[in-house]
Write a protein that binds this ligand. Structure first.
Ligand SMILES: C[S@@+](CC[C@H](N)C(=O)[O-])C[C@H]1O[C@@H](n2cnc3c(N)ncnc32)[C@H](O)[C@@H]1O
Length: 222
C-alpha cells in the first residue's frame, strides 16, 4: 500500500495508562500471534552484545527486554514504560530470567527520558510510535537522538502498511475500529527519521498471520 495518510491519533498519558491496564493481561498472546516474528528479526539485526549501554523505550511486558538483557548480561540495560500494569508484568518476567543487578525498569515517558545526553549505544523501541500522534514524531525522535551516543543505533519495529492485498485489512480495522487495536495504526517513519538526523541502515517488512510490521535500524548522526 502506498500513499495512504497516517491516520490521526491523539495522546494523553492517562489514556495510555487506562488502555494498557485493560489489555496487559492478554498482550503477550496478541504479541505471540502477530508481532514476535518482527521482534525476532529485530534481535538479529540489532547486534546487541555484552558490555553495551542499552535502553528499551516502552518495554511493555518485557518480552523483548528479557532477550536483550540475556545478550548483554554485564552491560547496562535500562527499560522504561508509561504503564504501571505493563511494567508489573515486565518486572515479574525479568525477575524469573535475569539477575536483578543486570537491568533496571522504571515508569517514565518517551517524551522526557530520564537519562543524560549521549548515554546509550543502542535504543530499542517496538510498537509504540504506531499509537502516538504523527505530529509528535519529531519531538520523540529528537528525544531518542538526545540520549543516544553519536553514531549510536536506533532499532525499531512498528505496525506498517505491508505490501500485500491482505495487509489492507489491518488499515481498514485501524481506521474503523481503533479501540480494537488500542489505537495502533500503520505508520511510515523514513522521512521523520531523516529529518531527525538518523541514517536508515536497514529496513524490511515482516508479515505474521497477515499482520504487517516493519523492522528498521538507523544510525544517529555523528
Ligand atoms: C503496543 S505496546 C508494545 C510493548 C512492547 N514494546 C512490545 O513490543 O511488546 C505499547 C507500549 O507503549 C507504552 N507507551 C505508550 N506511550 C508511551 C510513552 N509516551 N512513553 C512510554 N511508554 C509508552 C505503553 O504503555 C505500552 O506498554
Amino acid at each position: 500500500m502506498t500513499g495512504e495518510p497516517i491516520l490521526p491519533r491523539s495522546y494523553s498519558p492517562a489514556t495510555v495508562q487506562r488502555e494498557y491496564a485493560r489489555v496487559a493481561w492478554f498482550y503477550d498472546l496478541w504479541g505471540r500471534w502477530t508481532e514476535d516474528r518482527a521482534l525476532q528479526r529485530l534481535l538479529q539485526l540489532a547486534d546487541v552484545h555484552d558490555g553495551m549501554r542499552l535502553l528499551e523505550v516502552a518495554v511493555g511486558t518485557g518480552r523483548l527486554f528479557a532477550r536483550l538483557v540475556a545478550r548483554n548480561p554485564t552491560g547496562r540495560n535500562e527499560g522504561i514504560d508509561l504503564s504501571a500494569d505493563m511494567l508489573a508484568r515486565a518486572r515479574r518476567r525479568l525477575a524469573r530470567r535475569a539477575p536483578p543487578a543486570s537491568y533496571r525498569l522504571q515508569e517514565a515517558s518517551a517524551y522526557a527520558l530520564p537519562f543524560e545526553a549521549a548515554t546509550f549505544d543502542i535504543l530499542v523501541n517496538t510498537f509504540m510510535l504506531d499509537l502516538l500522534p504523527a505530529e509528535d514524531y519529531p519531538r520523540l525522535l529528537a528525544e531518542f537522538a538526545r540520549v543516544l551516543k553519536p553514531g549510536g543505533t536506533l532499532a525499531l519495529a512498528y505496525f506498517s502498511y505491508g505490501t500485500r492485498r491482505v495487509h489492507r485489512f489491518w488499515y481498514w480495522l485501524a481506521r474503523h475500529f481503533p479501540t480494537l487495536l488500542t489505537s495502533c495504526r500503520p505508520i511510515r517513519l523514513e522521512s521523520y527519521l531523516e529529518q531527525a538526523g538518523f541514517r536508515v541502515l536497514h529496513q524490511e517488512e515482516i508479515s505474521q498471520n497477515t499482520f504487517p510490521s516493519a523492522v528498521l535500524t538507523a544510525q544517529r548522526g555523528v
